[in-house]
Design a protein around this ligand. Sequence first.
Ligand code: NAI
Length: 252
Amino acid sequence: MDMCGEVILVTGGASGIGAATCRLLAAAGASVVVADCNEARAKGVAAELPDAMSLVVDVSDAGDCERMIAAIAERYGKLDGAFNNAGITEVSVLNGAPMPESHALPLDVWRKVLNVDLDGVFFCLRAELPLMLKSGGGAIVNTTSLQAHISYPRTAAYTAAKHGVLGLTKAIAKEYGEQGIRCNSVSPGVVDTPLTNGVIHAPEYRDMLLAPIPLKRFATPEDIARAVLWLLSDQADYINGATIMADGGYLA
Ligand code: NAI
């Protein structure tokens, strides 16, 4: 995969799937923008990569997203690709408190998950698209989830947000395809990252989560990053509005 000369933005680039993708993109020759709300970790990832930059952004703030793109325009003058990947779950917001049933989900938890996971993708898209159009086109990948296709109990907000991202991906693909912008998503199954590793290795969940996965292991961040790299590359030139299920066969 040759991505030399391409400028690619990765949100949530400081950790997990995003950080693995930053490293693969850089290895393919891209200049990578590592954007995240965690400044120290974003700087750390960018420092490993040639011609990379880190930016602090809260994707749930539309103004922050505009500033992020302005900084990219200033440094590189263009944007060839974007991986809109930053995300959280109810567990992140509840911070150790038990997961309530949906009728008892505090409204601030609902709003926070929707703000980051759905609004955040839209705010990034609406900032990225004008610069990408000026750059002559580009490729976008959004991170959805197995939960854009099925749900687990007590995850209504995350499930709703990820179903929304799947639809948003199709809308952008339809609207901007003829202007040279492809938009796809990746739907990871259970991936071993800081977002999930407190839950998926717990004895009460591990076997239950592994049982429906034919490959009998959780995904690594690199398993997902390879699919993203392909979607962002010109190898996927005719792929638009699609999602890649990267779930080890869970939904098969
Ligand atoms: P992670 O927690 O390792 O990385 C997420 C990154 O997003 C972190 O660096 C965090 O600081 C950043 N972030 C969170 N809120 C942000 C905000 N408001 N603005 C900017 N940055 C923010 O998690 P992971 O697993 O790498 O998740 C990446 C994406 O993959 C998320 O969208 C998640 O929903 C999705 N996903 C993860 C799965 C898993 O099993 N780990 C499965 C399916 C989807």
